[in-house]
Design a protein around this ligand. Structure first.
Ligand code: NAD
Length: 358
């Protein structure tokens, strides 16, 4: 009997729609091979939602998302909406979905596929064998803290963003990271700025308390500035990195360089509820939107993470991942990862090659 799954599809803006079409093309092949019956519920979010219905996160999208088995999300944003007031900015859709669905953890696997060593601006010998995961806290910290903008008594404007963390918010993400490390190389790096931030000192206290429950895992505390340096100095030394919201956001973009392109990086956002949220790490890439040249790999691998985490289908997930690896080994590239002689494919051609190997 076919396995029924309802997937909410939110392409968003810019290249979001292009990489989503590519990933759905591959997913339809997975559906057939692994005997699924997927129902795709398309929904609006981001700039296109503001243009169409007046808000970046329509109630209808939220309702669909809450009922889904999983959510596939492209990307939102673009210069057209840059000057909108905060509540109408496209990224509010993303923040709103994370908050409303309780998606407190963001898993970002950083894996260098063989053959892409030359696509990175770093030396091949530094990045060969890179394989680690960034576990980023997603619903707390400075992105969600109280925001203020006002004028002081001299008439000068000031602004503030509150960086707030509750102990339980730290504990749940840290436990998840320990569990991941337990199932990998048993090495956890907790990244903070405990030399200056009180919230980081609380973070460290919680990590040190939780570590007694995972005696097999080795824990290292690392300051975020040092981590930014170590990521490009000795990236193969990392296994699982756990950190708060903003540090995780910045470090995982830096880590994109280790994989050849930001177009290679998938992510999964999970919470206490059952619904998982899968999106590429990259944004809407307005500079290449509409050209059909975006790398769909991050979206395709995010879809593979959906198969693994939401549908517990390791076989189908690794089938997709191996197909991507094979396409790269065969010398096919999108423009962002091209170095010299490889054959350059469009977004959809790349997806078709991946699908043909599943
Ligand atoms: P970006 O990730 O969109 O682009 C950064 C660079 O990477 C660009 O040169 C772009 O061409 C390239 N790139 C990104 N994705 C690619 C892909 N799949 N294939 C090939 N090249 C790719 O980041 P940005 O330029 O800082 O932001 C653009 C817009 O996206 C902004 O409005 C920003 O707010 C938004 N954004 C959205 C998300 C999201 O929806 N999750 C994340 C980051 C940025």
């Amino acid at each position: 009997m076919a396995k029924n799954k309802e997937i909410v599809v939110i392409p968003g803006d810019g290249v979001g729609t292009e990489v989503m079409d590519a990933a759905l093309f591959v997913l339809r092949v997975v559906q057939k091979k692994y005997n699924y019956h997927f129902t795709f519920e398309h929904a609006l979010a981001g700039g296109i939602a503001t243009d169409t219905v007046g808000v970046p996160l329509p109630e209808e999208t939220l309702e669909k998302a809450k009922k889904a088995d999983a959510i596939l999300f492209g990307a939102v944003g673009g210069p057209k909406w840059d000057n909108h007031p905060t509540h109408l900015r496209p990224e509010q859709a993303l923040l709103g979905l994370r908050k409303e669905l309780g998606l407190y953890s963001n898993l970002r696997p950083i894996v260098l596929f063989p053959g892409l060593e030359e696509s990175s601006s770093l030396k091949a010998e530094i990045i060969e064998g890179v394989d680690f995961v960034v576990v980023r806290e997603l619903t707390g910290g400075i992105y969600f803290g109280e925001k203020q903008r006002a004028k002081d008594s001299n008439g000068y404007e000031y602004a503030s963003d509150l960086l707030l963390y509750h102990e339980h918010e730290i504990e749940r993400i840290v436990r998840l990271a320990f569990q991941m490390a337990q199932n990998r190389k048993k090495q956890l790096t907790s990244v903070d700025k405990a030399n200056v931030l009180e919230s980081s000192r609380l973070w460290r206290t919680v990590v040190d308390r939780v570590k007694s429950d995972y005696p097999e895992v080795t824990v290292e505390h690392m300051l975020v500035d040092n981590c930014a340096m170590q990521l490009v100095r000795r990236p193969t030394a990392f296994d699982v990195i756990v950190t708060e919201n903003m540090f995780g956001d910045i470090l995982s973009d830096e880590a994109a360089i280790l994989t050849g392109s930001i177009g290679m990086l998938p992510s999964a956002s999970l919470g206490e509820g059952l619904v998982g949220f899968y999106e590429p790490v990259h944004g809407s890439a307005p500079d290449i939107a509409g050209l059909g040249i975006a790398n769909p790999t991050a979206m395709i691998l995010s879809m593979a993470m959906m198969l693994r985490h939401s549908f517990q289908d390791e076989e189908a997930a690794s089938d997709v991942e191996k197909a991507v690896e094979k396409v790269l080994q065969m010398g096919y590239r999108t423009q962002d990862t091209k170095t010299e002689d490889e054959k350059t494919l469009t977004t959809m051609e790349f997806a078709e090659k991946v699908a043909s190997l599943i």
